[in-house]
Design a protein around this ligand. Sequence first.
Ligand code: HEM
Length: 201
Amino acid sequence: MASKTRDNLVYALVWLACFAPIPWLGWNLFNGDLGANPIEALIRQLGVWGLRFILISLAITPAARILRMPRLIRFRRTVGLFAFAYVLLHWTSYIGLDQIFDWGAIGKDILKRPFITIGMTAFVLLIPLAITSTNAAIRKLGPVRWRRLHRLIYVIAPLGVLHYYMLVKADHRPPLIYAAFLAVLLGWRIWDWARKANRKT
Ligand code: HEM
């Protein structure tokens, strides 16, 4: 198979894999398989997928380096944009389905429930990353400023995990598993930076 065709096929498969949770959630919603409180279940599922894609996007650079597959890097933007799409849907479902656009109640919730404050902060910080993901924005910002701005993901990901940890009332193991993954991904970067800095001196 010509390499261009293979590249396009792989890209289509990655895109489909990222998109798959949407029809799956829609199907479960349609069939009444989301439990006694489908709105809460939908919000939660969209939040979990948002967090998963944030972590997957953070895993791409170490995976590309460790597996010596630099071409994996081109999927980072797609996965990152899907992470934003899931968080946006998570937020929209909370605003529209849970709070029914009661902006007063939403404002109070953001101020009074710390896990919502943290989630909202993570969401707001994700917006500039999504907006600057086009080729034109990357060119306009320049690679140095673009890279510096996109380091916000190192703040967003821990806020996402913290948001999850804070809202869980009984079993803290699931958010702690996400926290452990995040610690490995951030730990790898710290190790990599330290190694590069050592080489320079
Ligand atoms: C980067 C941003 C965010 C991430 C990664 C995220 C992720 C999550 C996760 C993983 C859950 C728990 C799912 C579960 O229990 O299985 C969750 C629940 C929730 N999130 Fe977020 N979230 C984010 C932003 C927000 C924002 C902006 C809001 C609203 C302003 C919000 C409101 C909620 C609510 C209401 C729940 C359900 C709480 C409950 O069931 O009692 N989240 N989110």
